[in-house]
Design a protein around this ligand. Structure first.
Ligand code: F6P
Length: 364
């Protein structure tokens, strides 16, 4: 019989617990044993961080946000900063130690749930001989290999709800409200939540924006006696000819957010150019929290069970992916290479333009 180990790495996303629930139940029904490794690879190194998971242990977690296993906070095992006796930080490769832990426990397969960083690490372990199956995880929905990632739908619905709520203050105070949403280098969350939330302007990294176009839209609203506007800005958006204001994730996987990100910058420009009362806010990690939507639960359950099927077929170093209507398997190395950007010819961008939303480029 098989002995699986599952880990969750990188930022949390609603639906992670549903993947764990699916893997534990599907594998147990085949007569296999399942273990959970805490904090990414913690369970490969320390007994205390390895837990046996039975269907009883995961009962009730399907609908919960976050991950019962915790997520990587210990850096990349291939380049891990470790403090030596002299108090200096040294970069160490502890991957052999992790491999030994994996073999010692007699695991037959490792199901690694993670974003591009964690999946790249999983692929490197596969090259060292660890039978690995990847499950993609990101609220950003920026992986080309899979039509959707779980967590995105929940993040979009949280952001839409927040934008809905901002309408009242914007309208009551005749204000411009600028809301910055997540998405790293892609504009999916901004596009989906902005369209559905009735935004006037949506700024995404795929379309470097022009403040003049943004201000034209707000001024046009005024002409039509609409004295408020809602501007949705993706954290990775930037003005034409400018550097990205919010830097991406740093070495340690944490985002190096410059104080007062792109949302604040846009708000300041609007205030200066139009003299409108303007406020900005960053939704931040709210978008990663809460109970997953029905869509995300179902997708996460399908990913988890598909991963167990791959384990049965011994298809390793592959990631499960949803290519509607089917679940498929894609080599991990290939899957993490291709990022999915908002396609400007996509009908959703056209829909936004058709209903009068300014996408940051020319608007008159
Ligand atoms: O990739 C998911 C994500 O939430 C991005 O949208 C965001 O840029 C980043 O992670 C934030 O990371 P952290 O939790 O390290 O601040």
């Amino acid at each position: 019989s098989e002995r699986l180990v599952i880990s969750t790495g990188g930022g949390d996303a609603p639906g992670l617990n549903a993947v764990i629930f699916a893997v534990v139940n599907a594998a147990t029904r085949k007569g296999w044993e399942v273990y959970g490794s805490k904090y990414g690879y913690g369970g490969f190194l320390e007994k205390d961080e390895l837990i046996r998971l039975t269907p009883d242990d995961v009962e009730g977690i399907l609908s919960q946000g976050g991950t019962i296993l915790g997520t990587t906070n210990k850096g990349n095992p291939f380049a891990k900063p470790v403090e030596n006796l002299a108090g200096e930080i040294q970069i160490m490769d502890i991957s052999d130690k992790i491999m030994r832990g994996f073999l010692r426990m007699g695991f037959s397969c490792h199901i690694a749930v993670g974003g591009d960083g964690s999946l790249e690490i999983a692929h490197r372990f596969a090259q060292k001989g660890m039978p690995v199956i990847g499950v993609p995880k990101t609220i950003d929905n920026d992986l080309e290999a899979t039509d959707r990632t779980f967590g995105f739908d929940t993040a979009v619905s949280t952001a839409t709800d927040a934008i809905d709520k901002l309408h009242s203050t914007a309208k009551s105070h005749d204000r411009v409200m600028v809301v910055e949403v997540m998405g790293r280098d892609s504009g999916w969350i901004a596009l989906y939540s902005g369209i559905a939330g009735g935004a006037d302007v949506i700024l995404i990294p795929e379309i470097p924006f022009d403040m003049e176009a943004v201000c034209n839209k707000i001024a046009e609203n005024e002409l039509h006696e609409k004295h408020y506007s809602i501007v949705v800005v993706a954290e990775g958006a930037r003005a034409e000819g400018q550097e990205v204001i919010n830097k991406g994730k740093g070495e340690m996987g944490r985002s190096e957010m410059v104080l007062g990100g792109v949302g604040e910058w846009v708000a300041k420009e609007i205030r200066q150019r139009l003299g409108k009362d303007t406020r900005s806010l960053v939704l931040g990690h709210l978008q990663r929290g809460g109970s997953p939507t029905n869509f995300d639960r179902l997708l996460a359950l399908r990913f988890g069970t598909a991963a167990v099927r791959l384990a049965e077929q011994q298809v390793y170093d592959h990631m499960v992916a949803w290519v509607p209507p089917n679940m498929t398997a894609v080599p991990i190395a290939e899957a993490i290479r291709k990022r999915k950007k908002v396609d400007l010819a996509n009908d959703k961008v056209q829909t936004a333009r058709d209903i009068g939303i300014c996408m940051g480029d020319e608007y008159s």
